[in-house]
Design a protein. Structure first.
Lengths: 304, 277
């Protein structure tokens, strides 16, 4: 009896050891490249470190006071918020509209859903290059077509007022297929009997959409809202490829300004770049928290 | 009768709108494809034409003259491929341990890993750069691959897959006296091929397309990936339209081909990502 117990114990100890061996590579990598940088970010934001990393001094909250008086931080924050507040509703609204048309399992719907997903597979670099060429006011195809229909030449990406809306539309164009895929999967999961019961009660298609479809896919919609908001606030690729932050810094986002301060413009102020990262982190965390709270309460209302 | 007519009308309208949107999605991609076969003159011709007047392979044959396309392809394949293979191994190992083995601290460690899924890249960007610099790994393949050699999302996805497998599976292996690693490799891993393919495509696509990360960790032109290298070249406005079109098409082709043949797995990876809330 005792021998058996000892065997079992030994086996468990052995099992424990191999479990730790299984998770070791991942834990080491995550510690070095995620946990430590996460903490270090807050520390570096309170130093005057630059890319040469010599004579680093602790400067307390100086970088943060500088940040609040830096006009370009204010401008970049405005641009990121502007982008997020228009892009997220556009992308999710379009996807939701198309979900209503295409949440069926017939061939046509399946084919179109996979067509819509295509731009999501492509890199933002490639999409940005293609759209910049198509929208070029001098030789772009879109500008030419518009001219043919009598509309004056529009310099989409070079006009300070139009550049950001153009970037927003291109981003939504690239991403709505992804949102649609998630939403369609959720709609197809809703039990058909709910619709049948509603039809029995004489409900129209609009009524069914509001009272069955929306509540049924609400968790997925809220997931899409939260994740798209987080990624929109971190927008970088689109502006880097299509406008380089211009014209007149009208499309410079917070992440772009971080990259510019830390890695593009001398004196490569890593301390200051980190401080802006921390600032953005706090904004995104607060937005996520507020959205979650708002969306969760909406979801409960919808259930009733 | 009237109602039926109304339904039919809205179905037709829906059909037209969805088809129109599909056309808007396809036109830019199709334009890129056909334009990469235009001549130098054809590319900048005014008024612009959608299809080439004269089809030529010139842009593909001479793309290497103005863009270091071969180095870029090599770098992207090594980076995206390396990350995918190594990350699949480490993700599934860790996911397996969290799902099927009991050890002290497993719950705590797993919740810490779930938390890191929410850490945005820009907050760790600067310290990560400093670390890679201090390890003397800037501008090397190892420096590009190592920080991405595992991912919290991958561990989470694999662990939820392993949790769903029947309990008795490992027992037969243990009775046969197999080592834990053999059980993992010969019994468990073959069972999760679909999950591995989905996660592999997810990693491959993200790293193939990534811009900011490879841009920051490489400084020389000959270590740049396709998406980072092209973005820099186009930003500097140093290359002509023709080669840019060909290089852009080349950078898209592997993923487009993969998408056409493994569509199911692209969408499954996304669907699992959607379930993580």
């Amino acid at each position: 009896m005792t021998e058996r117990k000892g065997k079992k114990k030994r086996f468990q100890a052995q099992n424990q050891k191999s479990a730790y061996l299984f998770i070791m590579p991942s834990m080491i990598i995550l510690s070095i490249f995620v946990f430590i940088p996460l903490i270090a970010s807050f520390v570096i934001s309170m130093t005057d470190m630059n890319i040469f990393m010599k004579d680093v001094q602790f400067v307390g909250l100086k970088n943060f006071t500088r940040l609040f008086t830096d006009g370009r931080v204010g401008n970049a924050t405005f641009n990121s918020l502007y982008f997020t507040l228009l892009e997220v509703p556009l992308q999710i609204g379009l996807a939701l509209f198309l979900t209503v048309c295409l949440a069926k399992n017939n061939r046509y719907s399946k084919l179109l859903r996979s067509v819509y997903y295509l731009p999501f597979v492509c890199s933002m670099t490639a999409i940005g290059i293609v759209w910049s060429m198509l929208l070029d006011p001098n030789m772009g195809l879109v500008a030419y077509w518009l001219k043919q229909t009598g509309i004056e030449t529009i310099a989409f990406l070079k006009d300070p007022e139009l550049a950001m809306p153009t970037v927003i539309v291109v981003t939504a164009w690239k991403g709505f297929g992804y949102t649609l895929t998630l939403l369609a999967a959720a709609v197809l999961n809703i039990s058909q009997s709910l619709y049948e019961a509603a039809e029995m009660d004489g409900a129209g298609s609009f009524h069914k959409f509001i009272h069955i479809t929306i509540p049924g896919i609400w968790p997925t919609i809220s997931f899409c809202i939260v994740t798209s908001t987080i990624s929109a606030m971190q927008m970088f690729d689109q502006a880097y490829v299509m406008t380089q932050g211009g014209p007149l810094n009208k499309t410079e986002t917070v992440v772009q300004y971080i990259y510019d301060r830390g890695f593009q413009t001398a004196p490569y102020d890593l301390g200051y770049a980190s401080a802006i990262s921390v600032y953005l982190f706090v904004i995104v965390a607060v937005m996520t928290f507020v959205l979650r709270k708002f969306i969760l309460s909406r979801g409960e209302d919808a259930d009733e | 009768m009237n109602k039926r007519k109304k339904v039919k009308l809205s179905a037709v309208a829906g059909c037209i709108i969805t088809t129109l949107i599909a056309v808007t999605v396809l036109i830019p991609i199709l334009w890129l494809f056909v334009s990469s076969f235009k001549t130098d003159v054809g590319v900048i011709k005014f008024p612009p034409r959608f299809f080439p007047e004269e089809w030529t392979l010139h842009q593909y044959l001479y793309v290497g003259d103005s863009i270091p396309i071969f180095e870029m392809i090599r770098n992207t394949v090594i980076f995206a491929g390396g990350v995918t293979v190594i990350s699949l191994l480490f993700d599934s190992m860790a996911g397996y341990a969290f799902a099927r083995m009991r050890f002290i601290g497993s719950k705590l460690l797993f919740s810490i890993i779930l938390l890191t899924m929410m850490v945005p890249f820009q907050i760790i960007m600067t310290p990560l750069y400093i670390e890679v610099y201090k390890f003397h790994l800037l501008d090397t393949y190892l420096g590009l691959i190592l920080p991405r050699a595992t991912s919290a999302f991958g561990i989470y996805m694999m662990s939820s897959f392993f949790t769903g497998l029947p309990k008795s599976l490992e027992e037969s292996g243990r009775i046969d006296g197999m080592s834990e690693f053999r059980i993992f490799r010969s019994i468990m891993l073959p069972l999760c091929k679909p999950a591995l393919v989905s996660l592999g495509i997810f990693h491959f696509m993200n790293n193939w397309n990534d811009l900011l990360y490879p841009l920051m960790l490489t400084s020389s032109q000959n270590k740049r990936t396709l998406s980072a290298g092209l973005a820099v070249l186009v930003g500097n406005k140093v290359i002509k339209y023709g080669p840019t079109l060909a290089a852009t098409m080349i950078s898209l082709t592997p993923l487009l081909v993969l998408y056409i043949f493994c569509q199911k797995y692209f969408i499954e990876g996304v669907a699992t990502a959607g379930m993580k809330e």
